[in-house]
Design a binder for this molecule. Structure first.
Ligand SMILES: Cc1cc2nc3c(=O)[nH]c(=O)nc-3n(C[C@H](O)[C@H](O)[C@H](O)COP(=O)(O)OP(=O)(O)OC[C@H]3O[C@@H](n4cnc5c(N)ncnc54)[C@H](O)[C@@H]3O)c2cc1C
Length: 380
Protein backbone atom coordinates (compact mmCIF):
# COMPACT_ATOMS: atom_id res chain seq x y z
CA UNK A 1 0.00 0.00 0.00
CA UNK A 2 1.48 3.32 -1.07
CA UNK A 3 0.48 6.26 1.13
CA UNK A 4 2.76 8.92 -0.43
CA UNK A 5 1.60 11.67 -2.76
CA UNK A 6 3.24 11.63 -6.19
CA UNK A 7 5.74 14.34 -7.13
CA UNK A 8 3.12 15.87 -9.44
CA UNK A 9 0.46 15.94 -6.70
CA UNK A 10 2.93 17.53 -4.25
CA UNK A 11 3.99 20.18 -6.78
CA UNK A 12 0.36 21.09 -7.51
CA UNK A 13 -0.41 21.22 -3.78
CA UNK A 14 2.50 23.63 -3.24
CA UNK A 15 1.41 25.80 -6.15
CA UNK A 16 -2.14 26.10 -4.77
CA UNK A 17 -0.86 26.68 -1.21
CA UNK A 18 1.19 29.61 -2.50
CA UNK A 19 -1.82 31.06 -4.33
CA UNK A 20 -3.96 30.57 -1.21
CA UNK A 21 -1.40 32.33 1.01
CA UNK A 22 -0.66 35.21 -1.32
CA UNK A 23 -4.13 35.95 -2.75
CA UNK A 24 -6.97 34.15 -0.96
CA UNK A 25 -5.85 34.61 2.66
CA UNK A 26 -5.54 38.38 2.13
CA UNK A 27 -9.25 38.60 1.30
CA UNK A 28 -10.68 36.06 3.76
CA UNK A 29 -11.57 38.47 6.60
CA UNK A 30 -13.02 41.02 4.15
CA UNK A 31 -15.24 38.41 2.48
CA UNK A 32 -16.51 37.29 5.88
CA UNK A 33 -17.12 40.84 7.07
CA UNK A 34 -18.95 42.11 3.98
CA UNK A 35 -20.70 38.83 3.09
CA UNK A 36 -20.19 39.81 -0.55
CA UNK A 37 -19.50 37.20 -3.22
CA UNK A 38 -15.71 37.32 -3.89
CA UNK A 39 -15.84 37.66 -7.68
CA UNK A 40 -12.26 39.03 -7.71
CA UNK A 41 -10.83 35.99 -5.92
CA UNK A 42 -12.85 33.60 -8.09
CA UNK A 43 -11.40 35.38 -11.12
CA UNK A 44 -7.89 34.93 -9.75
CA UNK A 45 -8.63 31.26 -8.95
CA UNK A 46 -9.87 30.79 -12.50
CA UNK A 47 -6.49 32.05 -13.69
CA UNK A 48 -4.91 29.11 -11.81
CA UNK A 49 -7.30 26.63 -13.47
CA UNK A 50 -9.11 26.00 -10.18
CA UNK A 51 -12.60 26.00 -11.68
CA UNK A 52 -11.94 22.88 -13.75
CA UNK A 53 -9.31 20.94 -11.85
CA UNK A 54 -10.38 17.41 -12.86
CA UNK A 55 -11.84 18.36 -16.25
CA UNK A 56 -9.75 17.06 -19.15
CA UNK A 57 -7.42 19.42 -20.96
CA UNK A 58 -9.43 18.77 -24.14
CA UNK A 59 -12.36 20.61 -22.49
CA UNK A 60 -10.25 23.42 -21.03
CA UNK A 61 -9.52 21.95 -17.57
CA UNK A 62 -6.30 20.99 -15.79
CA UNK A 63 -6.87 17.23 -16.22
CA UNK A 64 -5.78 16.45 -12.64
CA UNK A 65 -6.83 13.47 -10.55
CA UNK A 66 -9.27 13.70 -7.62
CA UNK A 67 -6.52 13.54 -5.00
CA UNK A 68 -4.92 16.66 -6.51
CA UNK A 69 -8.29 18.40 -6.60
CA UNK A 70 -8.98 17.55 -2.94
CA UNK A 71 -5.54 18.82 -1.94
CA UNK A 72 -6.29 22.07 -3.76
CA UNK A 73 -9.63 22.53 -1.98
CA UNK A 74 -7.98 21.85 1.39
CA UNK A 75 -5.24 24.41 0.66
CA UNK A 76 -7.79 27.06 -0.36
CA UNK A 77 -10.02 26.33 2.66
CA UNK A 78 -7.06 26.83 5.00
CA UNK A 79 -7.13 30.43 3.73
CA UNK A 80 -10.87 30.94 3.10
CA UNK A 81 -13.65 28.40 3.64
CA UNK A 82 -15.98 30.45 1.46
CA UNK A 83 -13.73 30.47 -1.61
CA UNK A 84 -13.11 26.73 -1.20
CA UNK A 85 -16.77 25.76 -1.16
CA UNK A 86 -17.61 28.13 -3.97
CA UNK A 87 -14.90 26.50 -6.13
CA UNK A 88 -16.08 23.03 -5.15
CA UNK A 89 -19.65 23.75 -6.31
CA UNK A 90 -18.46 24.72 -9.79
CA UNK A 91 -16.01 21.80 -10.00
CA UNK A 92 -17.82 18.86 -8.39
CA UNK A 93 -21.47 19.76 -8.68
CA UNK A 94 -21.55 21.38 -12.10
CA UNK A 95 -18.52 20.96 -14.39
CA UNK A 96 -17.87 17.31 -13.50
CA UNK A 97 -21.56 16.48 -13.94
CA UNK A 98 -21.62 18.03 -17.42
CA UNK A 99 -18.39 16.19 -18.29
CA UNK A 100 -19.95 12.94 -17.04
CA UNK A 101 -23.47 13.17 -18.46
CA UNK A 102 -23.61 16.09 -20.88
CA UNK A 103 -23.94 15.86 -24.64
CA UNK A 104 -21.14 17.38 -26.70
CA UNK A 105 -23.21 20.48 -27.52
CA UNK A 106 -23.85 21.01 -23.79
CA UNK A 107 -20.17 20.51 -23.03
CA UNK A 108 -19.23 22.99 -25.75
CA UNK A 109 -21.69 25.58 -24.41
CA UNK A 110 -21.03 25.16 -20.67
CA UNK A 111 -18.18 22.83 -19.77
CA UNK A 112 -15.49 24.66 -21.69
CA UNK A 113 -16.26 28.11 -20.20
CA UNK A 114 -16.65 26.62 -16.71
CA UNK A 115 -13.36 24.72 -16.88
CA UNK A 116 -11.54 27.74 -18.28
CA UNK A 117 -12.94 29.85 -15.45
CA UNK A 118 -14.98 32.10 -17.72
CA UNK A 119 -18.21 31.10 -15.95
CA UNK A 120 -19.22 29.71 -12.59
CA UNK A 121 -21.95 27.19 -11.87
CA UNK A 122 -24.67 26.47 -9.31
CA UNK A 123 -26.57 23.37 -8.24
CA UNK A 124 -30.24 23.68 -7.24
CA UNK A 125 -31.46 20.54 -5.49
CA UNK A 126 -32.70 21.72 -2.06
CA UNK A 127 -36.25 23.00 -1.67
CA UNK A 128 -38.30 24.22 1.29
CA UNK A 129 -39.56 20.62 1.82
CA UNK A 130 -36.69 18.72 0.23
CA UNK A 131 -33.57 19.01 2.40
CA UNK A 132 -32.26 15.70 3.75
CA UNK A 133 -35.21 14.12 1.92
CA UNK A 134 -33.94 15.42 -1.41
CA UNK A 135 -36.06 12.93 -3.38
CA UNK A 136 -39.17 14.81 -2.22
CA UNK A 137 -38.83 17.28 -5.11
CA UNK A 138 -41.86 19.54 -5.52
CA UNK A 139 -40.49 21.57 -8.43
CA UNK A 140 -42.32 20.28 -11.49
CA UNK A 141 -41.24 19.98 -15.11
CA UNK A 142 -44.31 19.43 -17.28
CA UNK A 143 -43.75 18.32 -20.89
CA UNK A 144 -44.78 20.76 -23.59
CA UNK A 145 -43.93 20.71 -27.28
CA UNK A 146 -40.15 20.80 -27.67
CA UNK A 147 -39.42 21.10 -23.96
CA UNK A 148 -40.78 21.56 -20.45
CA UNK A 149 -42.41 24.18 -18.26
CA UNK A 150 -40.56 24.24 -14.94
CA UNK A 151 -42.24 25.70 -11.85
CA UNK A 152 -41.19 25.60 -8.21
CA UNK A 153 -38.84 26.95 -5.57
CA UNK A 154 -35.21 26.17 -4.78
CA UNK A 155 -33.44 27.28 -1.62
CA UNK A 156 -29.85 27.87 -0.51
CA UNK A 157 -28.37 27.85 -4.02
CA UNK A 158 -24.68 28.63 -3.49
CA UNK A 159 -22.94 30.77 -6.16
CA UNK A 160 -26.37 31.84 -7.48
CA UNK A 161 -25.42 35.50 -7.19
CA UNK A 162 -22.76 35.21 -9.89
CA UNK A 163 -23.39 31.91 -11.67
CA UNK A 164 -23.91 31.73 -15.43
CA UNK A 165 -25.60 28.33 -15.32
CA UNK A 166 -27.51 26.30 -12.75
CA UNK A 167 -28.41 22.62 -12.71
CA UNK A 168 -32.08 22.49 -11.72
CA UNK A 169 -33.68 19.26 -10.51
CA UNK A 170 -37.40 18.90 -11.15
CA UNK A 171 -40.04 16.22 -10.99
CA UNK A 172 -40.99 14.85 -14.41
CA UNK A 173 -43.07 11.92 -13.12
CA UNK A 174 -45.38 12.41 -10.16
CA UNK A 175 -45.40 9.92 -7.30
CA UNK A 176 -42.09 8.25 -8.10
CA UNK A 177 -39.75 9.98 -5.66
CA UNK A 178 -36.16 9.49 -6.84
CA UNK A 179 -37.11 7.69 -10.06
CA UNK A 180 -39.10 10.53 -11.60
CA UNK A 181 -36.71 13.49 -11.39
CA UNK A 182 -34.84 15.12 -14.27
CA UNK A 183 -31.83 17.47 -14.24
CA UNK A 184 -31.86 20.52 -16.52
CA UNK A 185 -29.08 22.90 -17.51
CA UNK A 186 -30.52 26.38 -17.13
CA UNK A 187 -28.73 29.66 -17.95
CA UNK A 188 -29.15 31.99 -14.99
CA UNK A 189 -30.39 34.78 -17.26
CA UNK A 190 -33.38 32.70 -18.42
CA UNK A 191 -36.65 34.63 -18.16
CA UNK A 192 -38.68 33.27 -15.25
CA UNK A 193 -35.96 32.90 -12.60
CA UNK A 194 -36.57 35.18 -9.67
CA UNK A 195 -33.62 35.30 -7.29
CA UNK A 196 -33.91 36.32 -3.65
CA UNK A 197 -30.85 36.86 -1.52
CA UNK A 198 -30.62 34.58 1.49
CA UNK A 199 -30.63 36.21 4.90
CA UNK A 200 -27.20 36.65 6.49
CA UNK A 201 -25.65 33.29 7.29
CA UNK A 202 -23.55 32.37 10.33
CA UNK A 203 -20.50 31.26 8.36
CA UNK A 204 -19.12 30.71 4.86
CA UNK A 205 -20.37 34.21 4.30
CA UNK A 206 -19.99 35.53 0.76
CA UNK A 207 -21.10 32.26 -0.81
CA UNK A 208 -23.70 34.05 -2.94
CA UNK A 209 -26.51 31.82 -1.66
CA UNK A 210 -29.92 32.68 -3.09
CA UNK A 211 -33.38 31.19 -3.27
CA UNK A 212 -34.82 30.75 -6.76
CA UNK A 213 -38.48 31.09 -7.68
CA UNK A 214 -38.90 29.29 -11.02
CA UNK A 215 -41.52 29.67 -13.73
CA UNK A 216 -39.71 29.08 -17.00
CA UNK A 217 -39.56 27.00 -20.15
CA UNK A 218 -36.59 24.86 -21.15
CA UNK A 219 -35.92 22.97 -24.36
CA UNK A 220 -35.44 19.20 -24.66
CA UNK A 221 -31.79 19.98 -25.40
CA UNK A 222 -31.43 21.30 -21.83
CA UNK A 223 -32.06 17.90 -20.25
CA UNK A 224 -28.80 16.83 -18.61
CA UNK A 225 -28.34 13.07 -18.82
CA UNK A 226 -31.57 11.10 -19.17
CA UNK A 227 -35.17 12.06 -18.46
CA UNK A 228 -36.31 10.71 -15.05
CA UNK A 229 -32.72 9.87 -14.05
CA UNK A 230 -31.73 13.23 -12.62
CA UNK A 231 -31.79 12.14 -9.00
CA UNK A 232 -29.19 9.44 -9.67
CA UNK A 233 -27.10 12.07 -11.43
CA UNK A 234 -27.42 14.40 -8.44
CA UNK A 235 -26.30 11.61 -6.09
CA UNK A 236 -23.40 10.85 -8.48
CA UNK A 237 -22.36 14.51 -8.20
CA UNK A 238 -22.45 14.38 -4.40
CA UNK A 239 -19.85 11.59 -4.31
CA UNK A 240 -17.28 14.09 -5.56
CA UNK A 241 -18.90 17.01 -3.76
CA UNK A 242 -18.60 15.29 -0.38
CA UNK A 243 -14.91 14.56 -0.91
CA UNK A 244 -14.49 18.27 -1.58
CA UNK A 245 -16.43 19.20 1.58
CA UNK A 246 -14.23 16.79 3.56
CA UNK A 247 -11.20 18.59 2.11
CA UNK A 248 -12.77 21.97 2.89
CA UNK A 249 -13.38 20.90 6.50
CA UNK A 250 -9.77 19.73 6.83
CA UNK A 251 -8.50 23.07 5.54
CA UNK A 252 -10.59 24.88 8.18
CA UNK A 253 -9.45 22.43 10.89
CA UNK A 254 -5.81 22.81 9.86
CA UNK A 255 -6.14 26.60 10.02
CA UNK A 256 -7.57 26.24 13.55
CA UNK A 257 -4.58 24.09 14.54
CA UNK A 258 -2.18 26.65 12.96
CA UNK A 259 -3.78 29.45 14.99
CA UNK A 260 -3.77 27.42 18.21
CA UNK A 261 -0.11 26.43 17.83
CA UNK A 262 1.06 29.97 17.12
CA UNK A 263 -0.87 31.35 20.08
CA UNK A 264 0.14 28.59 22.51
CA UNK A 265 3.82 29.26 21.75
CA UNK A 266 3.67 32.99 22.38
CA UNK A 267 1.00 33.47 25.08
CA UNK A 268 2.54 33.40 28.55
CA UNK A 269 0.69 32.76 31.81
CA UNK A 270 2.32 31.96 35.17
CA UNK A 271 5.65 33.04 33.64
CA UNK A 272 5.82 30.61 30.74
CA UNK A 273 4.20 29.87 27.34
CA UNK A 274 0.87 28.05 27.73
CA UNK A 275 2.25 25.47 25.23
CA UNK A 276 4.30 24.14 28.16
CA UNK A 277 1.14 23.00 29.95
CA UNK A 278 -0.03 19.45 29.41
CA UNK A 279 -3.68 20.53 29.25
CA UNK A 280 -2.87 22.61 26.16
CA UNK A 281 -0.53 19.99 24.66
CA UNK A 282 -3.24 17.32 24.84
CA UNK A 283 -5.70 19.54 23.01
CA UNK A 284 -3.08 20.17 20.30
CA UNK A 285 -2.28 16.45 20.11
CA UNK A 286 -5.95 15.50 19.74
CA UNK A 287 -6.50 18.14 17.05
CA UNK A 288 -3.48 16.97 15.05
CA UNK A 289 -4.39 13.27 15.40
CA UNK A 290 -8.07 13.62 14.52
CA UNK A 291 -7.31 15.81 11.51
CA UNK A 292 -4.63 13.38 10.30
CA UNK A 293 -7.01 10.41 10.63
CA UNK A 294 -9.75 12.22 8.75
CA UNK A 295 -7.23 13.26 6.07
CA UNK A 296 -6.48 9.60 5.40
CA UNK A 297 -10.18 8.92 4.87
CA UNK A 298 -10.48 11.97 2.64
CA UNK A 299 -7.51 10.89 0.48
CA UNK A 300 -8.89 7.35 0.33
CA UNK A 301 -12.26 8.67 -0.85
CA UNK A 302 -10.55 10.93 -3.41
CA UNK A 303 -8.52 8.00 -4.75
CA UNK A 304 -11.68 5.85 -4.84
CA UNK A 305 -13.40 8.53 -6.92
CA UNK A 306 -10.65 8.11 -9.52
CA UNK A 307 -10.58 4.32 -9.54
CA UNK A 308 -14.03 3.03 -8.55
CA UNK A 309 -17.29 3.34 -10.40
CA UNK A 310 -19.06 4.12 -7.12
CA UNK A 311 -17.52 5.75 -4.04
CA UNK A 312 -20.62 6.85 -2.11
CA UNK A 313 -19.69 5.24 1.21
CA UNK A 314 -16.04 6.36 1.08
CA UNK A 315 -17.23 9.93 0.40
CA UNK A 316 -19.74 9.84 3.27
CA UNK A 317 -17.16 8.49 5.72
CA UNK A 318 -14.66 11.14 4.66
CA UNK A 319 -17.17 13.98 4.98
CA UNK A 320 -18.48 12.77 8.33
CA UNK A 321 -15.04 12.24 9.86
CA UNK A 322 -13.47 15.41 8.46
CA UNK A 323 -16.34 17.74 9.33
CA UNK A 324 -16.53 16.43 12.90
CA UNK A 325 -12.73 16.49 13.39
CA UNK A 326 -12.61 20.05 12.04
CA UNK A 327 -15.51 21.14 14.25
CA UNK A 328 -13.68 19.78 17.29
CA UNK A 329 -10.43 21.42 16.17
CA UNK A 330 -12.11 24.82 15.85
CA UNK A 331 -13.69 24.37 19.27
CA UNK A 332 -10.35 23.47 20.88
CA UNK A 333 -8.62 26.37 19.12
CA UNK A 334 -11.23 28.67 20.65
CA UNK A 335 -10.45 27.19 24.08
CA UNK A 336 -6.70 27.66 23.62
CA UNK A 337 -7.04 31.27 22.48
CA UNK A 338 -9.77 31.89 25.07
CA UNK A 339 -10.73 35.60 25.08
CA UNK A 340 -8.35 36.32 22.16
CA UNK A 341 -10.34 33.86 20.03
CA UNK A 342 -13.75 34.87 21.31
CA UNK A 343 -13.23 38.43 20.05
CA UNK A 344 -15.39 39.32 17.00
CA UNK A 345 -13.04 39.48 14.01
CA UNK A 346 -10.43 37.00 15.25
CA UNK A 347 -9.45 34.28 12.76
CA UNK A 348 -10.54 31.54 15.16
CA UNK A 349 -13.95 33.15 15.57
CA UNK A 350 -14.39 32.99 11.77
CA UNK A 351 -13.20 29.37 11.59
CA UNK A 352 -15.54 28.45 14.45
CA UNK A 353 -18.50 29.80 12.44
CA UNK A 354 -17.35 28.57 9.02
CA UNK A 355 -16.74 24.98 10.06
CA UNK A 356 -20.31 24.40 11.20
CA UNK A 357 -21.70 24.36 7.66
CA UNK A 358 -19.55 21.37 6.70
CA UNK A 359 -21.76 19.21 8.94
CA UNK A 360 -24.88 20.50 7.18
CA UNK A 361 -24.47 21.00 3.41
CA UNK A 362 -24.25 18.24 0.83
CA UNK A 363 -26.00 16.05 3.39
CA UNK A 364 -25.99 16.48 7.16
CA UNK A 365 -23.89 14.24 9.40
CA UNK A 366 -27.08 12.28 10.09
CA UNK A 367 -27.53 11.74 6.33
CA UNK A 368 -23.92 10.51 6.04
CA UNK A 369 -24.50 8.11 8.95
CA UNK A 370 -27.66 6.80 7.24
CA UNK A 371 -25.64 6.00 4.08
CA UNK A 372 -22.80 4.39 6.04
CA UNK A 373 -25.17 2.39 8.26
CA UNK A 374 -27.10 1.07 5.26
CA UNK A 375 -23.82 -0.10 3.75
CA UNK A 376 -22.45 -1.79 6.88
CA UNK A 377 -25.79 -3.46 7.58
CA UNK A 378 -25.98 -4.75 4.01
CA UNK A 379 -22.49 -6.23 4.35
CA UNK A 380 -23.19 -8.23 7.53
C1 LIG B 1 -24.39 27.47 3.50
C2 LIG B 1 -25.27 26.49 2.78
C3 LIG B 1 -25.11 26.30 1.41
C4 LIG B 1 -25.94 25.41 0.74
N1 LIG B 1 -25.79 25.28 -0.62
C5 LIG B 1 -26.66 24.47 -1.30
C6 LIG B 1 -26.58 24.39 -2.74
O1 LIG B 1 -25.73 25.02 -3.39
N2 LIG B 1 -27.50 23.65 -3.39
C7 LIG B 1 -28.47 22.93 -2.73
O2 LIG B 1 -29.25 22.25 -3.39
N3 LIG B 1 -28.56 22.99 -1.36
C8 LIG B 1 -27.69 23.74 -0.64
N4 LIG B 1 -27.78 23.83 0.73
C9 LIG B 1 -28.84 23.10 1.44
C10 LIG B 1 -28.31 21.89 2.21
O3 LIG B 1 -27.91 20.87 1.32
C11 LIG B 1 -29.39 21.45 3.19
O4 LIG B 1 -29.48 22.45 4.18
C12 LIG B 1 -29.11 20.10 3.83
O5 LIG B 1 -29.23 19.05 2.89
C13 LIG B 1 -30.05 19.81 5.02
O6 LIG B 1 -31.37 20.07 4.70
P1 LIG B 1 -32.28 20.99 5.66
O7 LIG B 1 -31.49 22.19 6.02
O8 LIG B 1 -33.59 21.18 5.00
O9 LIG B 1 -32.45 20.14 6.98
P2 LIG B 1 -33.58 18.96 7.30
O10 LIG B 1 -33.55 18.00 6.20
O11 LIG B 1 -34.85 19.70 7.58
O12 LIG B 1 -32.99 18.37 8.59
C14 LIG B 1 -33.21 18.90 9.89
C15 LIG B 1 -32.53 17.94 10.89
O13 LIG B 1 -33.18 16.66 10.85
C16 LIG B 1 -32.23 15.65 10.57
N5 LIG B 1 -32.88 14.59 9.78
C17 LIG B 1 -33.62 14.71 8.65
N6 LIG B 1 -34.05 13.51 8.25
C18 LIG B 1 -33.56 12.60 9.11
C19 LIG B 1 -33.63 11.18 9.23
N7 LIG B 1 -34.30 10.44 8.34
N8 LIG B 1 -32.99 10.58 10.26
C20 LIG B 1 -32.30 11.32 11.17
N9 LIG B 1 -32.19 12.66 11.12
C21 LIG B 1 -32.80 13.29 10.10
C22 LIG B 1 -31.11 16.36 9.81
O14 LIG B 1 -29.89 15.63 9.85
C23 LIG B 1 -31.07 17.68 10.58
O15 LIG B 1 -30.34 17.50 11.77
C24 LIG B 1 -26.93 24.69 1.45
C25 LIG B 1 -27.08 24.87 2.83
C26 LIG B 1 -26.26 25.76 3.50
C27 LIG B 1 -26.44 25.94 4.97
Amino acid sequence: MILELTAEQKAFQQQVEQFAREIVAQRAAGIDKSGEFPADVMHAAAGQGLLGVTISKAWGGLGKDYVSYALAIEAIARASATVAVSLSVTNSLVAEVIAHAGRDAQRERWLRPLARGEAIGAFALSEPDAGTDAANQQTKAVKSSGGYRVTGKKVWVANAEDAAVVIVFARTRPGLRGQGITAFLVPMDTAGIMRTARADSLGVRGLGCMDLELDLTVGDDQVLGHVDQGFELGMWALQGGRVAIAAQALGIGQAALDEALAYARQREQFGQPIANYQAIQWMLADMATELAAARMLMLKAAAAKDTQEKSTVEASMAKLAASEAAHKAADKAMQILASAGYRRGSVVERLFRDVRATEIYQGTSEAQRMIIAASVLANV
